[in-house]
Design a protein around this ligand. Structure first.
Ligand code: KIV
Ligand code: ZN
Length: 499
């Protein structure tokens, strides 16, 4: 018999807590729509009490998304729960997810309450949330470092108060797979009521064990896995969605479970999240890293040519990684462009489509083959820049051997054009200095990287820039066939995020 495991995606909540990530509402909606296409069961859309932006994003996702449950996070206190409900109440299937610290170390040094008070707070929170909706998730934070008997006591009380999902977080990524699997088994044995609710797990990756721990939990009866696209999340991140989804698929005979994930959407989901968050995907990351299906040793290449399965346990087509096809060209019109975007799952409004079409035409002038990856990048750029305060209107750079490069940048804001010329150590530096002068923003460069979107010589350059602005770590991303322009766009994207 195979059991269904629910996939709970927290890219927009725990994932967005990664340093430097700051998504606007439009970007979060685009990701939520892609997660729906991917087939996740629950989308944790945000933590509404933390900021007006989070509240707005949860409300917008609640209104728009049909199919998955939309979850809204709250600490176990009334103002959080009321705000979480206010944000999520328009959802077709709303969930309130409330949590409280339960490990001795966190209760003593951070929460500073007695254990009885902690149980009372948890029960009161679940009851208050239950007054708003039926679907309630309760998380005892730092469960893996909590006293086992106390964990049983608080879970029992939360279920009695109305929790329909209980989540066991390995908040600091401390557990070992054997231990974590055993914890789930022991909890089920000690508390039979757990078998009437969904048992969820939420693993962090501090020791690189989040996926292994989640799989061990499933093998021991967990029925929901919390995860994030590309493994984003606090510190070393959360369980990577694509990895756990493929573990559960590739080893389904052994684990005896199924999920609702449409695996063919995995690759595009990873690309979209990377494009919009500015977090590049590690080259050798399992499943979605660019080397995940690259065979370089002669013996391996020989084997794969003779029979793919000699060195591949997953057919790349299964996760939507086909050969980059030529989809559109210079002569393609709006209709073909819209149709191709729709086949990729993008539904742009007329004005967005018009701007994206202009970008496509400009790109088709410079690049012979426009691939699906290029289209993903165009849409991401369109979504990314839609709410930006400053827009790059033009950039001209002169760079001559033996002389300081200089850049003239024109930026548009509220219908006005502002221009500035600056020198720099290199053309990128000069362009960034000109942008800083116009936007009156001081920045400190933390890191800068450039990569190519596809493998060809005429590929678009994809620049990620990490800046410190007003003490905050901000990421920006920009794409262009000209890497100086891509750098200027990435720099401006980071600045716009702080405005
Ligand atoms: O890591 C954690 O414990 C969390 C909770 C809010 C579930 O993110
Ligand atoms: Zn977490």
């Amino acid at each position: 018999m195979t059991d269904r495991v629910y996939i709970f995606d927290t890219t927009l909540r725990d994932g967005e807590q990664s340093p430097g990530i700051s998504l606007n509402v439009r970007e979060k909606l685009e990701i939520a729509e892609q997660l729906t296409r991917l087939g996740v069961d629950i989308i944790e859309a945000g933590f509404p009490i933390t900021s007006p932006g989070d509240f707005e994003a949860v409300s917008a996702i609640a209104k728009k998304i049909k199919g998955p449950v939309v979850a809204s996070l709250a600490r176990a206190v009334n103002p959080d729960i009321d705000r979480a409900w206010e944000a999520v109440k328009a959802a077709e299937r709303p969930r309130i997810h409330t949590f409280i610290m339960t490990s001795d170390v966190q209760i003593e040094h951070q929460l500073r309450k007695s254990k009885d008070e902690v149980v009372e707070m948890a029960v009161a929170a679940v009851k208050r949330a239950k007054g708003y909706c039926d679907d309630i998730e309760f998380s005892p934070m730092d469960a893996t470092r909590s006293d086992f008997d106390f964990l049983v006591q608080i879970l029992d009380a939360a279920i009695e108060a109305g929790a329909t999902t209980v989540n066991i977080p390995d908040t600091v990524g401390y557990a070992l797979p054997g231990e974590f699997g055993q914890l789930i088994a022991s909890l089920r044995e000690a508390l039979p009521a757990l078998n009437d609710v969904i048992i969820s797990v939420h693993c962090h990756n501090d020791l690189g064990l989040a996926v292994a721990n989640s799989a061990a939990a499933v093998a021991n009866g967990a029925t929901q896995v919390e995860c994030a696209v590309n493994g984003l999340g606090e510190r070393a991140g959360n369980t990577s969605l694509e990895e756990i989804a493929m573990v559960l698929e590739v080893r389904k005979a052994e684990l005896g479970v199924t999920t609702g994930i449409r695996h063919q959407e995995i690759s595009r989901t990873s690309r979209l999240v990377s494009n919009l968050t500015g977090y590049p995907v590690q080259y050798n990351k399992a499943i979605v890293g660019r080397n995940a299906f690259a065979h370089s040793s002669g013996i391996h290449q020989d084997g794969v040519i003779k029979h793919r399965t000699t060195y591949e346990i997953i057919d790349p087509k299964m996760i939507g990684l086909e050969e980059s096809r030529l989809v559109l060209g210079k002569t393609s019109g709006r209709h073909a462009f819209r149709t191709q975007l729709a086949s990729l799952g993008y539904e742009l409004e007329d004005s967005e489509l018009e701007r994206a079409f202009k970008q496509f035409k400009a790109l088709a002038d410079k690049k012979a083959e426009i691939t699906n990856e290029d289209l993903d990048a165009i849409v991401a750029e369109e979504v990314r820049t839609i709410e930006e305060t400053y827009k790059l209107e033009s950039l001209s750079v002169t760079s001559t051997t033996g002389m300081s490069p200089s850049a003239t940048v024109k930026l548009g804001r509220d219908g006005q054009t502002m221009s500035e010329t600056s020198d720099g150590d290199g053309p990128v530096d000069a362009a960034c200095r000109a942008i800083s002068a116009i936007t009156k923003t001081e920045t400190k460069l933390i890191s800068y990287s450039v990569s190519a979107i596809t493998g060809d010589l005429d590929a678009q350059g994809d620049v990620t820039i990490n800046l410190e602005i007003d003490g905050k770590n901000v990421l920006g991303r920009g794409v262009s066939t000209d890497i100086i322009e891509a750098s200027a766009k990435a720099y401006l994207n980071a600045i716009n995020k702080t405005l």
